[in-house]
Design a protein around this ligand. Structure first.
Ligand SMILES: [Zn+2]
Length: 411
């Protein structure tokens, strides 16, 4: 096999022939040309209307110890399709890119998994180059019509700059992807997303899941009044846990008359707190015995615990029993005379529809919470983002459904 033929195989660029190769210092310059006589505009239209031409180099993935540069003549096409003069489409690179598709794909794959400075070092480039590459990939992605076909979304806030500032993140429940990242957490920011959807897109929105902050609820009611607001089950359960904590604190720990053989009073109290917090189905015999003592000696605290457990049951019952269960629970809590649960009953009655919507549509906000965990990881990897635009780009790259495949197939 001739050297040029070997290189052709190594590069694997479609419709391309290698003319010759030069080695200078640490660089290997591979001169290639397109086989076809016609030009292809990035819009997809073929053309013969060559406007002018120039030579350009693209950085490719290294071969062994060599930096590889692809050099070719690139022509500008006077395109009848889009009516513009544009650089022709090249099979090995994305439009306007200065790196080959393989190089970019490898960089994007790596940057999802390690810090940008490590990626830059490994690929023998600068982190500014890696940044610019990510920005271009993300902008290309954001330009595609990706907001069509969104029906059920989740919204949440994420802290950055050590918790001093916030972003609003919107994800699509059906694809699991981030579809919007906005700066700040207010009605207006979430409103920007609804405006980007357009009237037809807004009409398609069926459900919005969220935690209990009124900011996103207000924006939802304003922009998509027909959509079902789904309040996150996790937060409802958390409220019940907090109410139980309050009830326990006001019952004055020192008066708790629970005894466990072989444990000091302080150690016993710790067990009591643990037994109250833990879901009943996870209780070991000791904790179950503590609850039994509570039932006999501290009926009020026991009732508070039962209320917490019964509220958890709301999410385990068949959906058609949920409304009745919640109605009864609210009545019981209101009559319980335990202040924390009376307050909680009032709160749940106010949020009744949102709680039941989440059950009927089986939507929680765990998708967005999971994405938030991923975003915290991105921030840690970058030692906290100094530049907000970079952080937003990384969120889209890692969670926006931009596919990043390595150039070589992995088993
Ligand atoms: Zn065109």
């Amino acid at each position: 096999m001739r050297a040029a033929a070997v290189l052709n195989r190594l590069l694997g660029f479609k419709g391309t022939v290698v003319d010759d190769v030069d080695f200078t210092g640490t660089e290997m310059i591979v001169r290639v040309r397109l086989r076809a006589a016609y030009l292809v505009c990035p819009c997809g239209k073929r053309s013969q209307a060559r406007y002018d031409s120039s030579r350009r180099r693209w950085r490719h993935v290294d071969f062994g110890r060599w930096r590889v540069l692809i050099e070719a003549e690139i022509r500008r096409v006077d395109c009848a399709g889009c009516g513009r003069v544009r650089s022709e489409w090249m099979p090995w690179a994305r439009p306007a890119a200065r790196h080959t598709r393989d190089f970019e794909d490898m960089a994007a794959w790596l940057v999802k998994r390690m810090s940008k400075s490590a990626v830059a070092h490994l690929l023998g480039t600068t982190w500014e180059t890696v940044d610019a590459l990510v920005a271009r990939l993300v902008n290309e992605h954001l330009d595609t019509p990706r907001l069509d076909g969104i029906y059920r979304i989740g919204v949440d806030e994420i802290a950055y700059r050590k918790g001093r500032k916030f972003l609003t993140v919107v994800a699509d429940h059906d694809t699991g992807r981030v579809v919007f990242v906005g700066e700040g957490r207010c009605q207006h920011v979430f409103g920007e997303f609804f405006e980007a959807l357009g009237a037809a897109g807004r009409a398609r929105i069926e459900a919005v899941s969220m935690d209990m902050t009124p900011i996103y609820r207000k924006a939802t009611i304003k922009h998509v009044p027909h959509a079902a607001i789904c309040l996150d089950p996790f937060h409802v359960i958390k409220w019940a846990g907090e109410a139980l904590d309050l009830a326990y604190q006001t019952s004055r720990e020192q008066d708790v008359k629970i005894s466990v053989d072989g444990l000091t009073h302080a150690a016993t109290l710790q067990k009591v707190r643990g037994a109250l917090r833990q879901p009943a189905e996870k209780h070991d015999p000791l904790r179950a015995a503590i609850i039994e003592q509570l039932r006999r000696r501290h009926p009020r605290l026991y009732r508070a615990w039962r209320l917490k457990e019964d509220l958890r049951l709301l999410y385990q019952l068949p959906a058609d029993q949920a409304a009745e269960h919640l109605r009864r629970w609210i009545n019981r809590a209101r009559r319980s005379t335990i202040a924390a649960f009376v307050t909680l009953a009032r709160r749940l009655r106010r949020h009744r529809d949102g709680i039941l919507n989440a059950i009927h549509l089986q939507l929680s906000n765990s998708l967005v919470e999971g994405i938030n965990a991923g975003i915290r990881l991105i921030q840690r990897r970058a030692h906290g983002y100094a530049d907000l635009d970079n952080l937003i780009e990384m969120i889209h790259l890692c969670h926006g459904g931009i596919s990043t495949e390595l150039p070589t197939p992995t088993p």
